[in-house]
Design a binder for this molecule. Structure first.
Ligand code: HEM
Ligand SMILES: *[C@@H]1O[C@H](CO)[C@@H](O)[C@H](O)[C@H]1NC(C)=O
Ligand SMILES: *[C@@H]1O[C@H](CO)[C@@H](O)[C@H](O)[C@H]1NC(C)=O
Ligand SMILES: *[C@@H]1O[C@H](CO)[C@@H](O)[C@H](O)[C@H]1NC(C)=O
Length: 324
């Protein structure tokens, strides 16, 4: 018994040292320093979900926007301060990105149990997986060991993929970060839950690309529904389900919606309606939820690997809103 315990412990140390010494992320990073980290994150999110069914969608979007701006370094969480132009004030985030108070609650819960150990960047990675699982989606081994940056980059946040960028530009923004076409399609499947404001797609309903007509790729019944939800003189901030079929569940209906011309954002529908490599991937995910789940999990790992700070770079923030 004792010797197998020693063996286990040495294997474990080897794994931990290996993980740190290669400046790479690994699933076991907090096994000795904060073994309950994932359960603590889950507990806070479950609590928050009781009053906000959308919290998981908010959190996974924060991780996406964190990783796409200067790598997964928690930069999106920084508030304005001396030398910090908060990314929260970039156009894609104003009146849009949310979930910050729940990240604060997660950080507080972790600091109470293992102070100074779990980075804010890793909190977003763990929270993404937990949120997907809670909504019925796939689980995956979250790679950990990211450290928090000391800078924000508002200009890069302004340049995040936008719903009207066109599929070519979106694919380019992904490939600049090492993500391929399958990653674009699989990760867009995160729009299987969460909401979008009228303002991000209203042009499709009335005056698509200045044509004075709606987007011809919109299903006509869906178009009528959306026009009622988002009238031209209505509230541009009104919220709409990204997945009209199962708004809060994580499943492959996002892709069957695209086949039925019921993608909410231009960037969603183009994956199916613009001829190219993405159409076959949409069809594959629409016909097999398990194919989608496997790809989504892998693509989340790929995205979570974008330029992390490791080793002695960066820091472990005490408060996710401020550098130490
Ligand atoms: C492919 C390029 C993408 C574009 C152009 C895009 C665009 C958008 C837009 C415009 C919104 C609505 C924002 C608002 O109404 O204020 C949104 C919401 C959302 N996005 Fe994306 N997105 C993309 C990729 C992703 C990825 C990769 C993920 C995560 C893996 C993601 C997760 C979400 C979620 C969950 C929501 C709903 C958030 C909520 O309910 O608060 N998106 N996205
Ligand atoms: C781990 O955290 C969860 C959620 O806070 C808690 O219910 C559980 O008791 C904790 N387990 C240990 C071993 O501390
Ligand atoms: C794609 O990006 C290029 C370069 O920024 C821009 O000129 C072009 O208008 C963009 N395409 C669309 C459809 O927005
Ligand atoms: C539509 O017209 C407006 C006003 O003239 C212009 O600013 C905008 O760039 C046009 N949009 C497209 C997609 O052509």
């Amino acid at each position: 018994m004792a010797s197998s315990g020693v063996l286990m412990m040495s294997l474990f140390l080897v794994a931990t040292i290996f993980c740190a010494s290669n400046a790479q992320l690994c699933a076991t990073f907090y096994d000795s320093t904060c073994p309950n980290a994932s359960a603590i994150v889950r507990g806070v999110i479950e609590q928050a979900a009781q009053s906000d069914v959308r919290i998981g969608a908010k959190l996974i979007r924060l991780h996406f926007h964190d990783c796409f701006v200067d790598g997964c370094d928690g930069s999106i969480l920084l508030d304005n301060a001396d030398g910090i132009e908060s990314e929260k004030e970039a156009r894609p985030h104003i009146n849009s990105a949310d979930g910050y108070p729940v990240v604060d609650d997660i950080k507080t819960a972790l600091e109470n149990v293992c102070p100074g150990v779990v980075s804010c960047a890793d909190i977003l990675a763990i929270a993404s997986e937990v949120s997907v699982v809670l909504a019925g989606g796939p689980t995956w081994e979250v790679l950990l060991g990211r450290r928090d940056g000391r800078t924000a980059n508002r200009a890069e946040a302004e340049n995040l993929p936008g719903p009207r960028d066109g599929i070519a530009n979106i694919t380019r923004k992904f490939s600049n970060l090492g993500l391929d076409t399958t990653d674009v399609v699989a990760l867009s499947g995160a729009h299987t839950f969460g909401r979008a404001r009228c303002t991000v797609f209203q042009d499709r309903l009335f005056n698509f690309q200045n044509s004075s007509n709606p987007d011809p790729t919109l299903d006509t019944t869906y178009l009528e529904t959306l026009r009622q939800a988002c009238p031209q003189d209505g509230n541009a901030a009104a919220l709409n389900n990204l997945d009209p079929t199962t708004p809060d569940g994580f499943d492959n209906n996002y892709f069957t919606n695209l086949q039925g011309n019921r993608g909410l954002l231009q960037s969603d529908q183009e994956l199916f309606s613009v001829a190219g490599y993405t159409v076959a991937i949409v069809n594959r995910f629409a016909s097999s939820q398990s194919d989608f789940f496997t790809s989504f999990a892998q693509s989340m790992i790929n995205k979570g690997n974008i330029r992390p700070l490791t080793g002695t770079n960066g820091e472990i923030r005490t408060n996710c809103r401020r550098v130490n």
